[in-house]
Ligand binder design. Structure first.
Ligand SMILES: [Zn+2]
Length: 324
């Protein structure tokens, strides 16, 4: 079973006013996350991965750079490439109406998700994102993930039309994701969709039966470990874990969140110790999945593993309140 350890890399300005004034500090926080303890955004993420000898895939959002300058995107690509990790394409069309000159001058308002655009518009945005990112990275891109997992059939057609080979947007724990495809397909399984290889975000049922996606900042290590082990047992051939550039930071701060840092270290340690069962991989490798899938069932984690998450969340809130 291949494990895709994926990170969505994006910058936000805490609202949409005074963007140009806010952007430099936002970029510093989201990409570097500097504090007395170290740089716990992208640099620390890369350092930890490399310390454990693991492969990560970094889905980088490029549209912001059409507003603020390609040098920022170049800085992100350099950090990832100099750590020997893989860059792929992420897209948050929230930026579309902030770019000058306007991409869609006849619709000068904000449309948050790709699914709010028709197929021709989605195609144009994905091609623009690919061109920006390939220019900054100086390397070809082959995989795509929609912002907020908000992809539909038109998105997949646009991804294929842009010449990309893999889509990793599907996440059935988010109602917006693949909403128009759910009654035709089992979107938990990797599969070939009109020539495009689909690599969904992995989901599991937690100790109380609730569907969750496998995200480092939102699951206990025990939940992730049990979901991985059960996915392997059920015969899944991939497992996709999600994180972001800012998950090891406390919300609204550049200080590290020691609970999430510890989780990430523990998960990496587990994957490194079990690299025969759970080898981490990139999308540069050729993937070929069947057109049809037989349901394997959603993996489960135990109640104690979920209780551990509740305990950690409670301690985190308490700890951060005391700090502030
Ligand atoms: Zn995103």
């Amino acid at each position: 079973m291949k494990v895709f350890l994926t990170f969505d890399i994006e910058v936000w300005c805490n609202g949409w006013s005074a963007l140009d004034e806010r952007f430099p500090a936002a970029f510093d926080r989201y990409i570097f996350g500097r504090s007395a303890a170290g740089e716990f955004a992208l640099p620390k993420t890369l350092e930890i991965l490399n310390r454990y000898g693991l492969k990560g895939v970094f889905f980088v959002e490029p549209l912001f750079s059409a507003r603020f300058g390609t040098e920022y995107l170049h800085t992100i690509c350099q950090l990832i490439q100099s750590a020997g990790q893989e860059i792929q394409l992420h897209l948050h069309p929230e930026w579309t109406d902030e770019i000058r000159p306007a991409i869609f001058p006849d619709k000068p308002y904000k449309r948050q998700h790709l699914i709010h655009y028709d197929q021709a518009e989605q195609s144009r945005l994905i091609k623009l994102g690919r061109a920006l990112l390939e220019a900054a990275a100086g390397a070809p891109i082959s995989a795509f993930r929609a912002g907020s997992f908000a992809a539909n059939g038109d998105t997949l057609a646009a991804v294929a039309e842009a010449g990309l080979l893999v889509d990793s947007s599907m996440n059935i724990s988010c109602p917006l994701s693949g909403a128009d495809l759910r009654d035709q397909r089992d979107l938990t399984a990797p599969q070939c969709y009109h020539g495009l290889q689909l690599v969904p975000i992995s989901v599991f049922r937690d100790g109380f039966g609730k569907l969750r996606h496998a995200q480092i900042g939102a699951c206990s290590v025990a939940e992730l470990r049990q979901a991985l082990q059960e996915a392997l047992y059920r015969g899944y051939n991939i497992f996709t874990i999600l994180s972001h550039n800012f998950e090891m930071l406390q919300s609204g701060s550049t200080e590290p969140d020691r609970w999430v840092v510890r989780r990430f270290e523990q998960l990496c340690s587990f994957l490194a110790a079990h690299r025969n069962d759970f080898p981490t991989r990139g999308f540069i490798e050729t993937l070929t999945f069947p057109d049809t899938t037989s349901p394997l069932g959603v993996p489960r984690s135990g109640r104690l593993a979920t209780m551990t998450r509740y305990y950690e969340q409670a301690r985190r809130h308490l700890h951060h309140r005391v700090l502030r």
